[in-house]
Design a protein around this ligand. Structure first.
Ligand code: AVI
Length: 340
């Protein structure tokens, strides 16, 4: 790992770390999440669905980290390789820049960008934004150890709250990073709202860096979401374990099956949990009794796959002007740098 150049005497770690909690029990959005209104709504509909944020309890987050390293899940390593190749070019284009990362998680890819800014002897300011306070703080602390001049101002928050509340950047410019193709988990309507929020959060001249998965052969896509070791199946089924502990449920997880396929006309992977028999499930703390027919599904996620040229047109139309786009040799993943 490379370290940033010496920028004078480094401050102690605690002085370089600030964490703000925008979601707390008193926040209505957090209350709605923990109260499970979205579970009642989703499971009350026909067809049944659940919001994908229920993937990510501690076990789900660990399973997602495992997915990122699977041979079939090409997304993480392909995006990482693109970033490794072009991070220096990105840092050259933006100059001294505060990095804001939406859904920062373990911040592995962030290091590639930080290394690029450090090797240009630029000050390092990082604002990770994540709903998980534990992951945010531990990854921030690891970064602060490895980058002795780094300043971290983390926000424990949803994207929406954080984007609405961003204070002016402390460096000459700012870049909001949204990596890992998390955009693909948003419906087209949610995507529109998201782009508008990003645009509103940036001042003219500031940057947006977007990483997203590209359309490709259904075989490759379906293998990535139904891997041979069954980790993605476990990740999907873990949502039921999560509901069991969070809402005093009695889902018999062995009686559900992971289903993933590529919907070619909508260019999206669709993920479901299929009930293997007719059964009744209770979520006691939500006062819910649910009937499942044999073969009935719960829709848990979409993962949209994009076209590089159309994405750039879309971004342009939203006022997030693409100034440079990169991809890998197989054109499996795209990275676009936009400027407002
Ligand atoms: C987080 N997100 C970008 C992942 C994806 O590829 O859509 C979530 C995932 N679901 C199953 N595997 C990975």
């Amino acid at each position: 790992m490379s370290h940033p150049p010496d920028q004078g005497v480094a401050q102690p770690l605690e002085k370089r770390l600030q964490i703000e909690h925008l979601i707390s029990p008193s926040n209505p959005l957090a209350t709605e999440l923990t109260a499970g209104k979205d579970v009642v709504d989703g499971l009350g509909q026909a067809p049944k669905s659940l919001p994908p944020h229920y993937f990510y309890d501690d076990r789900g987050s660990q399973l997602f980290e495992q997915i990122c390293g699977l041979p079939e899940y090409y997304l993480t390593r392909t995006e990482t390789a693109i970033l490794q190749q072009y991070a220096a070019a990105i840092a050259q284009i933006t100059g001294p820049c505060e990095l804001v990362e939406l859904g920062s998680g373990s911040a592995v890819k962030t290091r590639i960008l930080l290394d690029a800014y450090a090797s240009l002897e630029q000050p390092l300011h990082y604002m990770p934004i994540d709903v998980s306070a534990g992951i945010l703080e531990s990854s921030a602390r690891n970064l602060l150890v490895d980058y002795p001049t780094l300043q971290v101002h983390g926000l424990v928050s949803t994207y929406e709250l954080a984007l609405a509340k961003l204070e002016p950047a402390q460096l000459p410019t700012r870049m909001i990073c949204f990596l890992g193709s998390s955009l693909g988990n948003l419906t087209p309507a949610a995507c529109e709202v998201f782009f508008a929020q990003v645009k509103a959060a940036l001042k003219p001249g500031e940057y947006f860096l977007l990483g997203f998965d590209l359309q490709k052969s259904p075989d490759i896509l379906e293998a990535a979401y139904d891997d041979s070791r069954g980790v993605t199946a476990e990740f999907n089924l873990n949502m039921l374990h999560h509901l069991n502990w969070r809402f005093q449920g009695d889902f018999d997880v062995s009686q559900f099956q992971h289903v993933a396929f590529y919907n070619e006309s909508l260019h999206q992977i669709e993920i479901y949990l299929k009930s293997l028999r007719s059964q009744t499930v209770h979520l006691r703390s939500l006062n819910l009794a649910l009937e499942f027919a044999a073969g009935e599904t719960i829709h848990t996620e979409i993962s949209r796959k994009f076209n590089l040229a159309s994405m750039q047109q879309d971004l342009q139309a939203k006022g997030l002007n693409p100034i440079q786009a990169w991809t890998d040799a197989k054109q499996w993943f795209g990275l676009v740098l936009c400027q407002v």
